[in-house]
Write a protein that binds this ligand. Sequence first.
Ligand SMILES: [Zn+2]
Ligand SMILES: [Zn+2]
Length: 257
Amino acid sequence: MEIRIIGCHGGETPRHRPSAFLVDDRIAIDAGSLTSGMDLPAQCGLEACLVSHAHLDHIRDLATIADNRCQKGCPPLVVAGTKETLALVRKHFFNGLLWPDFTKIPSVREPTIRFEVLTPERTHIIAGYKVRAVEVSHTIECCAFIVEGKSGALAYSGDTGPTDRLWEVLNGAGVKDLRAMLMEVSFPNREQNLASLSGHHTPRTLGIELKKYKKVKDLPFLLYHIKPVFQAEVEKECAKLRGLNLTIPKLGDHFIV
Ligand SMILES: [Zn+2]
Ligand SMILES: [Zn+2]
């Protein structure tokens, strides 16, 4: 399984892009920078996008990728998320006001995007991968994802503060051959109050959280969603966490897991 880092930050500057990750160039996980970080053939090559929640930094490039794919006549892009998340995206985003309703353009029969509802903790087949959503703890409904291909599984935390169910699922017998996890951390330790209010981790809570996973020493964690303002500080604090396999990826990185 190949993971390509399109965007891995909790904000944007010319050197930072919001969350968007590619699995084998076929499935995107979140859409924070799908058009700012990918050229047209790659945008058109995508089969599906998993959406963890409806916050703008995770969905915003659905607008521009839909526009591009529509003009290029690409096949419908499957946009998969929970019922609540997709309802928010429909109501507030692709509502014919803020942006056109691309589920009806160019036609209802062959639209640009097609929503697919994910039931938490049930396995769905999306673009040939087994996908499971697990609810996590954020300010609005948000899900982690477990994506399982032929060569093992990948976990993605979504935006979350301390949470329990995700680790129960990852520790359970249902998850086979977990190869890596994309894990959020957003604020430095001195901004714990802001992190708690906004449903995010600091390095301190991350260190406690990861130990909920039984085989924590064996699993590579790719840390994402660091706020650009605090990048250096959060990196320094993460470097002090011992006994964990942590990597802070950069834009354009790719990992084979
Ligand atoms: Zn969020
Ligand atoms: Zn976010």
